[in-house]
Design a protein around this ligand. Sequence first.
Ligand SMILES: C[S@@+](CC[C@H](N)C(=O)[O-])C[C@H]1O[C@@H](n2cnc3c(N)ncnc32)[C@H](O)[C@@H]1O
Length: 260
Amino acid sequence: MAQLTEATTDPEKARLERIAELTDPATIRYLETIGVKEGWTCAEVGAGAGSIARWLSNRVGHFGKVHAIDIDPGMMDGITAPNLEVRDQDISETPLDEGTYDLVHCKILLMHLADRERVIGEFARALKPGGYLLVEEADIRSIQRVDPPSPLLTRAAAALETFFYFGGADPGYGMKLLPAVRRTGLKVLGTDCQLTAVQAGTPEIATISMSLAKLAPMIVTAGLMGQKEIEAAFDQLEQPSDTVIYTPTTVSVWAQRSDA
Ligand SMILES: C[S@@+](CC[C@H](N)C(=O)[O-])C[C@H]1O[C@@H](n2cnc3c(N)ncnc32)[C@H](O)[C@@H]1O
């Protein structure tokens, strides 16, 4: 099974930190492009382990504010600042206040929500005039590409994708994001996507093996793969070899409330 490469006792926190390590450099580039400024009020929704909330808190300074929102805020333990408020909030139940934010950001959140179309509309309405929305969502179908071809790993990737659908998530939501942002009425300013190739047996493979580890028991229970098959897939991911697999593709769209 997946080995944690860091001395952390919480596998979910370690998984979130890996996702952040992989995806934050691009997020920060987009935030720089938007031009986040001192004094801004920002919402970081589905904040995970809190790395982007911390970046925003440093950037907006003493006169700014960051609301770091998550249904599992314990993952942000240890991230504190006078301008940073960690909120235990289910964004599907309690929307952001309207007309409040200079920036709303979320990453790998909406794809998990059954009511994603409503929530993205609420994000748009939560912006002040001239405020910015940066939404980043994954398309996990890219992880089915393996070289050299491995029917076992491709099968594990397909099982992950199917499992997402079972839970009401959309594993391909990244590709639907651009029209979804346009439907909010915001003006789309830019879009980009990130895809990384990771090699078996290297620390970077953990972004994939940790997600598979999280869902493996449920994949087996659902009959999508057998226990032995899943274990063989982990071995193939974790043994050093020339096998290369793509990460999920992260699609990012940034947009502005244009009645500035
Ligand atoms: C895949 S993680 C991504 C974390 C972070 N955005 C990142 O990219 O590193 C999704 C996060 O969204 C949170 N989340 C899921 N559903 C939520 C909801 N309905 N309201 C608020 N947060 C939610 C989860 O607890 C988790 O921390």
